[in-house]
Design a protein around this ligand. Structure first.
Ligand code: NDP
Ligand code: 2IT
Length: 449
């Protein structure tokens, strides 16, 4: 890094958080693209702009005891990170997955600040979750866990304070149990305290589809700006959860041939095109493994995950990582490039590690960065908050049109910032610069807090 101030802050972050590799990675990825912006603003050092941006405003960690179906008490750890509230109430999802720890929570909350800034809606950055593993749990166990989690979380959230939503392992079912418990404890119908709610009690139409659809809207704009289209392209989508399913749906609608999807156990390859209704039935209804897909499509093949996901070895024009962080490393990136990949769209948060990002960019692969490309989910959450405030709701088409406009605008911001700084089609840097400028400006206006 050419800027001494940036270098110092990054070194300090690495030292202070040496046991938080994902968090340090996320900070490094942002700071390493901000050199020219920081050069332009020497005054930032005196007001410790970067030191403040990398330090969470608040972080809570709490005990979550719950009783399993056998009557045994289990204990998990819950978190909420309220990273930066300069642009609005803290906003970001809850992740329930055994891998959750403070490093993962902080990296996700940090990314969320920038993503939320790009939406141009009034939302700050936060994230939370637990190391609870929802796999194999009964519906009753999920409910008891969510209730216990909310017993503590309710002290820290509110429609104008901090508004959680879903993420890995947290969907409409979990949000329903969380909302019910919040309402019971607080004795208030505060619809805007959570987003991703069911449509029958304050949820927004198109929120379920928003992250996946938004990713494809961003991809459409990125390809258009480079004289290409999605139509007729071969696509792989990792994961088979909320983001993956609706990215697949919109890509298919745009005329792509989606040939592969996955879960943590392995991937399916369906050269004739994924039958999405089957995936929805397996994942949204039955909550089973993706391998079950073979029962419904005799031309499909299944590859078990070993040391790294097999899905990136499949030849495609467009790869859409929609599962989890660091799912594409340098080795996988090399396979994708060798197979002629033209574009990568990050539906998951930080799915591509730093070496893989650099490899894609230096091989002229168009890369749609997570902070920008998957912002459709949180943007539509903010639209859910608006509807709740108005005590009104918009139709599916109204929300979807707003989402499309927001994603198009996010792409334009990334493109403009990249052009302004002579970075060509490096939308990774473009996204970071556009978001950082907005956050820094607001932080300066609000004084040293
Ligand atoms: P879901 O829980 O609905 O689905 C997650 C999918 O990813 C599942 O197929 C899961 O497989 C797979 N997966 C999760 N962890 C791993 C892992 N460690 N290794 C391999 N596969 C894994 O989550 P979402 O679809 O909501 O989230 C997916 C990604 O998108 C996450 O990175 C999330 O942060 C990001 N995101 C989500 C948004 C949203 O609105 N939901 C918004 C923006 C980003 P398995 O079932 O086997 O665990
Ligand atoms: O990573 C994300 O942006 C999300 N999980 C969605 C957050 C939200 O508040 O809708």
């Amino acid at each position: 890094m050419g800027n001494a101030y940036l270098e110092k802050v990054l070194n300090d972050v690495s030292k202070k958080n040496s046991n938080e590799p994902e968090f340090v990675q996320a900070v490094d990825e942002v700071l390493s693209t901000l050199e020219k912006v920081i050069d332009k603003h020497p005054e930032y050092q005196k007001i410790a702009m970067l030191e403040r941006v990398v330090e969470p405003e608040r972080l809570v960690s709490f005990r979550v005891p719950w009783v399993d179906d056998k009557g045994q008490v289990q204990v998990n750890r819950g978190y909420r990170v309220q990273f930066n509230g300069v642009l609005g109430p803290y906003k970001g999802g809850l992740r329930f997955h055994p891998s959750v720890n403070q490093s993962i929570m902080k990296f996700l909350a940090f990314e969320q600040i920038f993503k939320n800034a790009l939406t141009c809606l009034p939302i700050g950055g936060g994230k939370g979750g637990s190391d609870f593993d929802p796999k194999g749990k009964s519906d009753d166990e999920i409910m008891r866990f969510c209730q216990s989690f909310m017993n503590e979380l309710q002290r820290h959230i509110g429609a104008d304070v901090d508004v959680p939503a879903g993420d890995i392992g947290v969907g409409a079912r979990e949000i329903g149990y969380l909302f019910g418990q919040y309402r019971k404890i607080k004795n208030i119908y505060e619809a805007g305290v959570l987003t991703g709610k069911g449509l029958d009690y304050g949820g927004s139409l198109a929120r379920k589809e928003a992250t996946g659809y938004g990713l494809i809207y961003f991809m459409r704009e990125m390809l258009k700006a480079n004289g290409r289209t999605i139509k007729g392209k071969t696509v792989s989508v990792s994961g088979s959860g909320n983001v993956a399913i609706y990215a697949c749906e919109k890509a298919q609608e745009y005329g792509a041939n989606v040939v592969a999807m996955s879960d943590s156990n392995g991937c399916i390859y369906a050269p004739n095109g994924i039958k999405l209704d089957v995936v929805k039935e397996i994942k949204e209804e039955q909550r089973l493994r993706i391998k079950e897909y073979l029962k419904y499509d005799s031309s499909a093949q299944y590859f078990e995950t070993t040391d790294r996901p097999k899905i990136w070895e499949i030849k495609v024009d467009i790869a859409l990582p929609c599962a989890t962080q660091n799912e594409i490393d340098l080795e996988s990136a090399k396979k994708l490039v060798a197979n002629g990949v033209m574009a990568v769209g990050e539906g998951a948060n930080m799915p591509t590690n730093k070496e893989a990002i650099e490899y894609f960019l230096s091989n002229n692969v168009l890369l749609a960065p997570a902070k920008a490309a998957n912002a459709g989910g949180v943007a539509t959450s903010a639209l859910e908050m608006s509807q709740n405030s108005m005590r009104y709701f918009w139709t599916f088409d109204e929300v979807n049109e707003k989402l499309d406009r927001i994603m198009t605008n996010i792409f334009e911001q990334c493109q403009k910032a990249a052009q302004e700084y002579g970075l060509g089609t490096n939308y990774v840097a473009g996204a970071n610069i556009a978001a950082f400028r907005k956050i820094a400006k607001a932080m300066r206006s609000q004084g040293i807090i």
